[in-house]
Design a protein around this ligand. Structure first.
Ligand code: ZN
Length: 150
C-alpha cells in the first residue's frame, strides 16, 4: 500500500475511535445484540431500528480498544438506510478484507470502510475489527444472542 493511503486510512481510524459516530441507542430500536472479544476485552452492543427490510437507524454502545470502536463507528455510518441484503453483502466483503487481505476486495467500493484494510496485517486485531460486524449480524437475524469471537 502506498504511504499516503496508509496515512489517510490511519487518520480515519483514529478519528472514528476518538469521536465514534452513532454512539447511542437509537430511539425506537427494535433489535439488539451483544458481542464480546475476550482476547482484547472489547464489549459492544449494537442496536438497530429495522423497518421492514431496511435499517432505518443503527447505533452502538460499549467499551473497547481503538480498532473495535473505529470499526463499529464506521459500520454504523455505512449501514444506515441499507437493506438487510445489502448489510449482509457488506458484511461478507468486510470480513473477506479483514481475514484474507486487500487483494480479494475492491477497496474503492468500500468507501471509508477501506480504512480498516490495514488491520489484516495484524492478526491479533482482526477480531477487534470484526466484532461489531458479527454483532450487527446477530442483531439483524433477531437471534439476540450473545456473540463471542472465541
Ligand atoms: Zn480490541
Amino acid at each position: 500500500m502506498n504511504p499516503e493511503l496508509r496515512d489517510l486510512y490511519q487518520e480515519v481510524v483514529i478519528d472514528h475511535s476518538r469521536k465514534p459516530r452513532n454512539f447511542r441507542k437509537p430511539e425506537g430500536a427494535n433489535r439488539s445484540a451483544e458481542g464480546m472479544n475476550p482476547l482484547c476485552g472489547d464489549e459492544i452492543k449494537v442496536h438497530l431500528k429495522l423497518a421492514g427490510d431496511v435499517i432505518e437507524e443503527i447505533g452502538f454502545e460499549g467499551a473497547g480498544c481503538a480498532i473495535s470502536k473505529a470499526s463499529a463507528s464506521l459500520m454504523t455510518t455505512a449501514l444506515k438506510s441499507k437493506t438487510k441484503a445489502e448489510a449482509e453483502a457488506l458484511f461478507q466483503r468486510v470480513h473477506s478484507m479483514l481475514t484474507s487481505g486487500q487483494g480479494n476486495v475492491r477497496l474503492e467500493e468500500l468507501g471509508k470502510l477501506a480504512a480498516l484494510s490495514g488491520v489484516w496485517e495484524f492478526p491479533a486485531r482482526v477480531k477487534c475489527a470484526s466484532l461489531a460486524w458479527h454483532t450487527m449480524r446477530s442483531a439483524l437475524d433477531g437471534a439476540g444472542t450473545r456473540v463471542s469471537t472465541e
